[in-house]
Design a protein around this ligand. Structure first.
Ligand code: R2B
Ligand code: URA
Length: 305
């Protein structure tokens, strides 16, 4: 933790548990984690103290697949899989040993709500040194479809390495860099898998269509030449893929003092087109790549602990 760079002391206790930078929380008799359907009147410590890894991804289906995969990898009985946030009807959350698998929906607003409640959940549970992952899909930039990109940083829609969020009427800029060591360790775990893995920049757009320079949205007011010039600019900046969460995921995890990595498969090469046209079975296979890669990383780290 570089206090000078960050501007505040490490928001973690000596034992690695999360010390959230919000004095107001201490005044709450009961904190309701509304979108998770949990609150601090239940024994969160008993349920979640052993959590070491949190893996988030867009869809409930994929995060159930990840949980099933982790059952196999860690030798946990699959029949015990329960959606722990079922009553809130928003997201899905499964627990497999020390691993939480959580869906976050599409885009930064949806992802940041559940991410912040999970940070509070792990704070109340006293979980120590949790590591966060996002496994996702994305559009690639100049890389073959099916490649995996591990994000070094997130780039905003206005081409800044920050998550810009309005707070009390003013834009707050949270730097959007991912943990360098974790990023390299995850990418290294992919070698020999029969597809290419890249460490690169990830643009997080607030929109799937114009926000990602597509020509196939319901509304489009730029030319194909302008689109291609923009995508080439991104590529020259070191962006390897485009998705919709990287900046906020990096910004919030970094501010909370937790290590995080964003691992996405590319479903198409945006320099070649806009529509996702590969067959369902091909894409299902591609979507297993981040699952298996992060699963392998976690399994290796569980074994060495
Ligand atoms: C990738 O895929 C989703 C949009 O299709 C979005 O959540 C993202 O980041
Ligand atoms: N997800 C995105 O956000 N963009 C793509 O092009 C593909 C998946």
């Amino acid at each position: 933790w570089d206090e000078k760079e960050m501007g505040f002391p490490c928001p973690k206790n000596a034992d690695g548990s999360l010390r959230l930078r919000n004095a107001h929380l201490k005044q709450l008799d009961c904190d309701v984690l509304y979108h998770l359907g949990l609150d601090t009147s239940t024994d969160l410590r008993a349920m979640f103290e052993d959590v070491k890894f949190v893996c988030m991804g867009g869809t409930k289906h994929r995060m159930r697949e990840f949980a099933i995969h982790m059952c196999r990898v860690l030798g946990v009985e699959e029949t015990k899989l329960l959606n722990l946030t079922k009553h809130a009807h928003r997201y899905a959350m499964y627990k497999v040993g020390p691993v939480l698998s959580i869906s976050h929906g599409i885009g930064i607003p949806s992802m940041s709500v559940v991410l912040q409640e999970v940070l509070k959940l792990l704070h109340y549970a006293g979980s120590r040194d949790p590591v966060f992952f996002r496994i996702g899909t994305s559009g690639g930039l100049g890389v073959p479809p099916g490649s995996v990109v591990v994000s070094a940083w997130g780039l905003s829609g206005t081409l800044e390495k920050s998550y810009d969020v309005p707070v009390l009427g003013k834009i707050r800029k949270l730097p959007s860099f991912f943990d360098e060591r974790l990023c390299q360790e995850v990418a290294a775990a992919a070698s020999g898998d029969g597809y290419s893995t890249y460490i690169g920049g990830t643009m997080a757009a607030d929109d799937y269509y114009r926000g990602q320079a597509r020509l196939d949205g319901p509304l489009c007011d730029y030319t194909e030449a302008e689109k291609m010039a923009f995508l080439r600019t991104l590529s020259e900046l070191g962006v390897r893929n485009i998705e919709m969460e990287a900046t906020a995921f990096a910004g919030y995890t970094r501010e909370a003092g937790v290590r995080a990595a964003d691992v996405c498969v590319t479903l198409l090469d945006r320099l070649q087109g806009d529509q996702v046209t590969s067959s369902k079975s091909t894409m299902m296979g591609w979507q297993m790549r981040p699952i298996e890669l992060v699963g392998r990383y976690i399994a290796e780290h569980c074994r060495s602990q």
